[in-house]
Design a protein around this ligand. Structure first.
Ligand code: ADP
Length: 676
């Protein structure tokens, strides 16, 4: 369902609910008020009835007191008159004999004489009936009410109270008191209630006998109550002058109430909404703070650019890297960290990049190297990884770059390269140092030969016959040969030490070996070791730094020869150097000896720098060998015992093979040299 329709529906439902609640509220309030008014009238009716009853019983009591009085005419009259004065509702008291003859009567002075319009005789039937009943039960009895017309057309509803007078069992007559019902009603309720209610005595059919009250009742709130009297029962009615509860004041109350409820509900909803918003805001603030902390603590420089190449964001790490403040960078399309000499080129590069890249161009994430300039003019190398920036609507908004200052890394690399070089040189010198004794031994032979040929020649010259020129020539030739031999030895060492170029070149393995073999043989010869070289066919070609690889070969060969120095059987001292193209891209070198082998414990530490078991050793040889090989992308390892043999050690390493070219001449070259 669309959101707008749902909102309309929800609001309609809320409105309807409020309307229903409001109507219910009005109805309940009206009903409550009506109930309350009715209850009040019920209570008043009961109260009035009890009041009337107690007034009548009070009158009865006073009459009894009068009955106790001696009936001397004057005295009695005076007491009766006083009683009439006290009892407002009592209008007349009569004294009758047992035969119903009236012997005395007194009328209340305040009201007009009762039986002026119609004689008492005509109207005493009810009183007589009451007296008959009273005599029968020997106790006072009330008559039914009856109407007494007064002169002038008006009239009064009255009730008679008959008190039988008895002396022992003898009847002495009756006292009859006539009471006004209207007067009884007028005294039944306080004046205030009389103003708001109409009180009346009614007959069974509802006909009104007597009434009191300022206004007439409206018949909306009405209550009847019975006044039970000995011999008669009166029905008393209270009728409120109030009409049905009016709607307007109730509606106003209900409206106020309803609005309060609605307001309360709204406040609740608002509070909930505000709470939710506050929570969302605090979460957002937390996320922002986290993002800020993250950006500030990053050591990677971050830079964002829009699609026009303008810088839109830089983080503190980036500013620290280039030395410019954010204000100097933001908004610029030709940033101040571009070295002036490269700015034009960078501008072109950027135009090209901004024009061609698409957000889904993943190649752009690979990173590229660039040269930036710090504020102090210092240039530094930076690695830049760039990714497209996509905004909330999925639109390509620009680019985000992570920038790494790699100048330190470059410095370390350079330092390490220099150190490596120095180490290599040291190792080479150490090798030569070790070989010095060997050299002296090696040079000793030609020098000794030269010396003996020289002294032989001198002898020949000094002889009287001077020797044959032929002999002298031969001796001098020998001297020249030996000198050349010594020169060769010295040159091979010289060549080895002097060669410093670091360039990678494609070279035949035979040439590599040719350079080191004279030195290897030199050493081998000393311990009577045979050197076997097997190059395979065609002779593999490798891409390498010639000087370094020669050093590796020389080290391995030297280690192998040294390992066999203590081998008992001289015939067993064989150094085998093999080279094979083991893979399209790799050439493997094997240097094997028949020495004592290398146990597992030793093997684990073999390539550690400065690990040696020899007194004069430096322990750098193998570690340098491995470094050199790995720098070429190859690997170095060893097997002990030599595969397929009972002992010895075989070191092997790989170098990248030269790509096959047409100039490779298949060449079967298997050299087997034996020196002893
Ligand atoms: P150095 O020759 O100066 O001792 P290396 O790194 O060349 O340093 O060799 C380290 C150690 O490895 C040697 O001292 C030796 O114990 C052991 N080693 C090297 N090559 C062999 C081998 N072919 N046979 C037995 N042990 C060897």
């Amino acid at each position: 369902m669309p959101r707008a329709r749902r909102r309309v529906l929800l609001w309609s439902a809320l409105f309807l609910l409020l309307l229903v609640a409001l109507s219910l509220l009005v109805m309940l309030t009206v009903r409550h008020e009506a109930g309350r008014a009715q209850d009040q009238v019920d209570t008043l009716a009961a109260e009035a009835a009890s009041q009337v009853r107690s007034a009548l019983l009070g009158a009865q009591q006073h009459l009894q007191e009068l009955g106790a009085q001696a009936p001397q005419a004057e005295r009695w009259r005076a007491v009766a008159a006083e009683l009439l004065l006290q009892q407002g509702a009592m209008l007349r008291i009569e004294r009758r004999e047992a035969d119903w003859r009236m012997t005395a009567h007194v009328d209340a002075p305040s009201s007009p004489p009762l039986f002026a319009a119609l004689a008492r005789r005509e109207l005493d039937a009810d009183a007589a009936a009451a007296c008959t009943a009273a005599r029968r039960i020997s106790s006072p009895v009330f008559s039914s009410s009856y109407f007494v017309p007064l002169s002038g057309g008006a009239g009064l509803e009255v009730i008679d109270l008959c008190l039988p007078l008895q002396a022992g069992t003898r009847d002495e007559g009756f006292l009859v008191a006539t009471l006004s019902l209207q007067a009884l009603l007028a005294r039944a309720l306080p004046a205030e209630q009389q103003r708001r209610h109409e009180l009346s005595f009614v007959e069974g059919d509802g006909a009104r006998l007597a009434r009191s009250g300022v206004r007439r009742g409206l018949g909306v709130y009405r209550a009847d109550s019975l006044v039970d009297l000995p011999g008669s029962t009166l029905r008393l009615r209270v009728d409120s002058v109030a009409g049905p509860p009016s709607l307007i004041p109730n509606l106003a109350t209900a409206l106020v109430l309803g609005l309060s409820v609605a307001l309360f509900a709204l406040v609740l909803l608002l509070a909930r909404d505000v709470g939710r918003r506050a929570r969302a805001e605090s979460l957002l603030a937390e996320a922002l703070a986290f993002r800020k902390a993250m950006e500030d603590s990053l050591i990677t420089g971050l830079r964002a650019r829009d699609r026009q190449g303008r810088i839109t964001y830089v983080n503190p790490a980036f500013c620290a890297m280039v030395g410019f403040a954010p204000d100097e960078l933001l908004g610029s399309t030709r940033p101040p960290y571009w070295p002036p000499e490269l700015a034009e080129f960078y501008q072109q590069r950027q135009t090209l990049r901004l024009g061609t890249r698409r957000p889904d161009d993943h190649a752009s994430r690979e990173g590229f190297e660039s040269l930036f300039m710090r504020k102090n003019g210092e240039r530094f190398a930076a690695m830049i990884y760039e990714a497209p920036l996509v905004d909330g609507q999925g639109q390509h908004a620009g680019w985000m770059s992570a920038v790494l200052d790699i100048s330190a890394q470059r410095r370390v690399e350079e330092l390490s390269r220099q150190q490596q070089e120095r180490l290599q040189a040291t190792a080479r010198l150490a090798t030569i140092g070790e070989m010095a004794s060997l050299l002296s031994h090696e040079l000793n032979q030609p020098l000794a030969a030269i010396a003996s040929y020289a002294s032989g020649s001198l002898n020949l010259i000094e002889q009287p016959d001077g020797g044959t020129p032929q002999m002298l020539h031969e001796a001098l030739q020998r001297i020249a040969e030996q000198a050349e031999r010594a020169g060769r030895v010295i040159k091979s060492v010289h060549d080895f030490v002097r060669r410093r170029e670091q360039l990678r070149e494609t070279i035949g393995v035979d040439l590599l070996l040719e350079a080191v073999l004279p030195l290897v043989r030199l050493q081998a010869r000393k311990s009577g070791t045979r050197v076997d070289v097997e190059l395979g066919a065609p002779v593999p070609r490798v891409v390498c730094d010639r000087t370094m690889v020669e050093q590796v070969l020389l080290n391995l060969a030297r280690n192998a020869i040294q390992a066999m120095e203590h081998t008992q059987d001289p015939a067993a001292r064989v150094l085998r150097i093999r080279v094979r193209q083991t893979h399209e891209r790799w050439v493997t070198f094997y240097v094997a000896d028949a020495g004592p082998g290398i146990d597992r414990e030793l093997g684990a530490r073999l390539f550690t720098p400065f690990f040696t078991t020899r007194r004069e050793g430096m322990g750098l040889g193998l570690s340098l060998c491995r470094t050199v090989v790995e720098q070429h992308g190859g690997a170095m390892d060893f097997d002990s015992p030599v595969p397929g043999a009972r002992g010895g050690t075989e070191f092997r390493f790989t170098l990248p093979a030269a790509p096959v070219t047409k100039v490779d001449v298949p060449e079967a070259l298997t050299q087997q040299t034996s020196d002893s």
